[in-house]
Design a protein around this ligand. Structure first.
Ligand code: ATP
Length: 477
């Protein structure tokens, strides 16, 4: 029985929402609708005051409105107070440069806070479940996340002036669907949940069936892993903070210096977390293009016999080693230096401005929707090694869908690229210095994939930047 499972899940964590006012975020999908129904059916037993918030993200026009009406009616029929808002996420994306998922989440959470404040509620319940947990952890491991992020979705955490809780993390998708059938709930289905273009959907479709076959209760193992890792991480971070105090020799909001000898004496797990803490402190918001290879490079200069070394990080952060001191500092003249780098093989290349170009070799059926920061190319003889460089006098390129060639200078003008950004703007060429791509702006005709057979090898280039291209988010849902 689902009720007993959830109750046991709460008890084991000595967590209770009894006698509380709770806001439930309801999209109208199976997970949050089942959660609302479940909490509502427990409301007398647990003495709960329930509120519902729904956000219409305006992604799907009339269908979105219909979803909102559905949730509203569901609440009215049960006399549950309901609040909703319509937020133009596509407009917010355009303004903020955020991906659709991140922009939607940001707006949703802001609305939840507003409703909680207005009604003096201290709990927020969301419908994430055990299969979401598995997908999240596997996606993050695959992507190379570090630290606490690998623990996936927390069961509870501080949220605004209250607590966010996810009562359904102890259940899998099937159990929730079964609950919906049993109580004749008729949730709305979001068709984008089926699309292979989202990496979460691919994990759901291809990984989960296999794992469930190996162990039908696999979500419980992932949940245990998540909670253990979260606790281990919190402990290690605390140790790291304590040790870092004796390693840091200077600290302002834009600069941190460390003593290398003292740093190298810390145990390795604390060294790794120490670097993360320093970067988190300086960046405030972690840039999307900061990756594991940046961190590896820091270790390289800290352990190197050479007494000096400099690294360029996203958003103009410089990491400089000078004898026994290493400092991390922001500098103002970023993105201006010219450079030329060769890209020979699959992997990531860090550019002098801290941005990253990744090259992957795939088959055509994997990636369908290209963003302006991604490019798909035929894997032909002349293409590798590619060059990524800054502009040169006289640069010209063909443009996908146009005849003739165009001066790069005119492209910058037409695309309204500010003058101060032009000298540092990336240009990708083939081995013969023919321009293939100007990330974020235009793709050329050269090597561009139009249609290709399923087994053909192709190259996927992804340009990951924080400021040059107005903040590109690497990962979708
Ligand atoms: N538009 C929305 N309005 C209110 N709450 C939402 C909305 N979208 C998501 N949520 C809340 O966040 C949780 C996680 O959202 P996510 O998008 O990951 O899942 P989902 O596929 O929308 O889940 P569901 O099956 O409930 O629709 C949902 O279960 C729900 O509690």
């Amino acid at each position: 029985m689902l009720e007993r499972k959830v109750e046991a899940f709460f008890e084991k964590r000595q967590f209770s929402i009894k006698n509380q006012g709770i806001l439930v975020g309801v999209s109208g999908g199976p997970d949050s609708l089942a959660l609302l129904h479940f909490l509502w059916s427990q409301k007398d037993k647990w003495n709960l005051q329930i509120w519902v918030a729904h956000v219409d993200h305006m992604f799907r026009g009339e269908e979105s409105e219909e979803e909102a009406l559905f949730v509203k009616r569901f609440c009215e029929n049960r006399k549950i107070p309901f609040e909703m808002t319509q937020i133009d996420i596509p407009a917010h994306m355009e303004k903020s440069g955020l991906s659709s998922q991140v922009a939607a989440r940001e707006c949703r959470y802001a609305f939840f806070q507003e409703v909680m404040d207005k009604n003096k509620l201290s709990y927020l319940a969301l419908g994430h479940h055990g299969d979401d947990q598995i997908e999240t952890i596997l996606m993050r491991l695959t992507r190379g996340s570090t630290g606490k992020a690998r623990a996936g979705i927390p069961f509870s955490r501080k949220f605004h002036n209250g607590v966010l809780v996810r009562p359904f993390l102890c259940l899998n998708r099937e159990e929730i669907e079964e609950y919906c059938r049993l109580h004749q709930l008729e949730p709305r289905r979001d068709p984008s949940n089926e699309k292979d273009v989202y990496s979460r959907n691919r994990f759901r479709k291809y990984m989960l069936p296999f794992l469930r076959k190996e162990n039908p209760q696999v979500h419980e193992q992932f949940q245990r892993f998540s909670e253990e890792l979260e606790r281990d991480e919190a402990f290690l971070i605390q140790l790291t903070e304590e040790r870092l105090e004796s390693v840091i020799t200077e600290k302002t909001s834009t600069r941190i210096s460390i003593d290398i000898e003292a740093f190298n004496l810390m145990p390795l797990p604390l060294q790794r977390r120490g670097i993360q803490l320093i970067l988190n402190y300086l960046y405030k918001v972690r840039p999307a293009s900061l990756s594991a290879i940046h961190i590896e490079k820091i270790f390289f200069i800290l352990k190197s016999p050479h007494p000096s070394g400099t690294l360029d990080f996203p958003s103009g952060l410089k990491v400089v080693r000078s004898y026994q001191e290493c400092y991390f500092q922001f500098h103002t003249h970023k993105n201006q230096t010219s450079y030329k780098l060769e890209v020979n093989e699959p992997g990531e290349v860090i550019l002098p401005n801290g941005d990253i170009l990744t090259l992957e070799i795939l088959r055509d059926d994997v990636v369908k929707n290209m963003t302006p920061t991604q490019h798909l190319l035929y894997m032909e003889e002349d293409v590798l090694p590619m060059i990524i460089r800054t502009r040169k006098n006289g640069d010209r390129m063909t443009i996908k869908g146009m005849n003739g060639t165009k001066k790069l200078k005119n492209l910058f003008i037409d695309e309204k690229v500010p003058i101060h950004k032009r000298n540092g703007w990336p240009v990708v060429t083939d081995r013969n210095d023919q321009i293939i791509w100007v990330p974020g702006l235009k793709k050329s005709n050269l090597y561009t994939v139009h249609d290709c057979e399923a087994s053909q090898r192709i190259i996927l280039l992804t340009y990951i930047s924080n400021d040059l291209l107005g903040g590109t988010a690497k990962h979708e849902k």
